[in-house]
Design a protein around this ligand. Structure first.
Ligand code: NAP
Length: 259
C-alpha cells in the first residue's frame, strides 16, 4: 500500500485525451488535484468536468507545450488554483508518421519541439515550485519507440522519445538539489484515440506481437506514473519503466508464435 497522495497538486500536460487522460483519472481517483493542460479547450474542459462529476478535483488550462510563455502559464494556473505544484507529468506528445524521404524539415522541428523541448520547458517552469515545496516529482511519458524499437515513419518521433531519456539523466542530477525525482514511463502500444487512428489492421498485428496479447490501457501508464509519484519511490530517479505487455521481448516471430 503506497502512502496516499491525496491533496497533492498535479499538472498533466496532454491530460485531455489518451494516456494523459488516463494519468489524470488515476491521480484524481487517488485524491490528487489535477490540472489538465492541452491546446484544445473543448476536450480539456470535458475531461476536467468528467473527473469532477466522478468526485475528483480537476481544472484545465489551454496552451502549447512547446511555447515557453504557455508552459509558464500552465504552472502558474496550477499554483493559483491548487496552491502549488507537487507533481509534473510531462506527457503531451504527437506521433505523425512520415518516412524520412518525404519528411519536411519543419515536420522534424514540430515533433522535436512538441515531444522533447516541451519536457525541458515544463521542468524549467516547475523547478521554482519544487524548490519552494522542498520536494517534487516529475514523470515523463517517453515510449519504447526510439529508446528500444523502431518503426518506419517515426524517425523524428523515435529521436524525440530517446532524447527525453538523455534529458532525464542529467535532469535527475540537477533536480536532486531540490529533493525532486524525475523518471520516465515507456509505454508500448496503448489504446488511445490517437492509436485508433492508425487503423484496424495496425491494431490487430500489434496485438499479435505482444506476449500478453492485449494493447495497454491508459490506466496501465497512469498506475506506473502514480508509483513514481509516491513517497515510496522517493529513492528512484533518472530511471525508466517499460510498460508494454512484454512487447519488446520476443526475439523472433517464432518466439512470439510459441506463446
Ligand atoms: P493522444 O491521444 O493524441 O493525446 C495527446 C494529448 O496531448 C492530447 O491531450 C493533446 O491535446 C495534447 N497535445 C498534443 N500536442 C500538444 C501541444 N503542442 N501542446 C499541448 N498539448 C498537446 O496521444 P496519446 O497516445 O495519449 O500519447 C500521449 C503521450 O504518450 C505522448 O507523449 C506519446 O508519445 C506517448 N506514447 C503513446 C503511446 C500510445 O500507444 N498511445 C505509446 C508510447 C508513447 P490537444 O491536441 O488538444 O493539444
Amino acid at each position: 500500500m503506497l502512502t496516499p497522495i491525496a491533496g497533492k497538486a498535479v499538472l498533466v500536460t496532454g491530460g485531455s485525451k489518451g494516456i494523459g487522460k488516463g494519468i489524470a483519472r488515476v491521480f484524481a481517483n487517488a485524491g490528487a488535484k489535477v490540472m489538465i493542460a492541452a491546446r484544445g479547450e473543448d476536450s480539456a474542459r470535458q475531461t476536467a468536468e468528467e473527473i469532477t462529476a466522478a468526485g475528483g478535483t480537476a481544472a484545465y488550462v489551454c496552451g502549447d507545450v512547446s511555447d515557453w510563455a504557455d508552459v509558464q502559464t500552465m504552472v502558474e494556473d496550477c499554483v493559483r488554483k491548487f496552491g502549488g505544484l507537487d507533481i509534473l507529468c510531462a506527457n503531451a506528445g504527437i506521433f505523425p508518421q512520415t518516412k524520412i524521404i518525404e519528411m519536411d524539415p519543419d515536420d522534424w522541428d514540430k515533433v522535436l519541439a512538441t515531444n522533447l523541448k516541451s519536457a525541458f520547458l515544463a521542468v524549467k517552469a516547475a523547478i521554482p515550485q519544487f524548490e519552494k515545496a522542498g520536494r517534487g516529482r516529475v514523470i515523463l511519458t517517453s515510449s519504447i519507440t526510439g529508446p528500444v524499437t523502431g518503426f518506419p515513419g517515426w524517425s523524428h518521433y523515435g529521436a524525440s522519445k530517446a532524447g527525453q531519456l538523455g534529458f532525464l539523466r542529467t535532469a535527475s542530477m540537477e533536480l536532486a538539489r531540490y529533493n525532486t525525482t524525475i523518471n520516465a514511463v515507456m509505454p508500448g502500444n496503448i489504446m488511445t484515440e490517437g492509436l485508433t487512428g492508425l487503423g484496424e489492421e495496425y491494431l490487430e498485428t500489434m496485438t499479435a506481437s505482444i506476449p500478453l496479447k492485449r494493447l495497454g490501457k491508459v490506466e496501465d501508464i497512469g498506475n506506473a506514473a502514480l508509483f513514481f509519484a509516491s513517497d515510496e519511490a522517493g529513492y528512484i530517479t533518472g530511471q525508466t519503466l517499460v510498460v508494454d505487455g512484454g512487447q519488446i521481448l520476443p526475439e523472433s516471430l517464432e518466439a512470439i508464435s510459441e506463446i
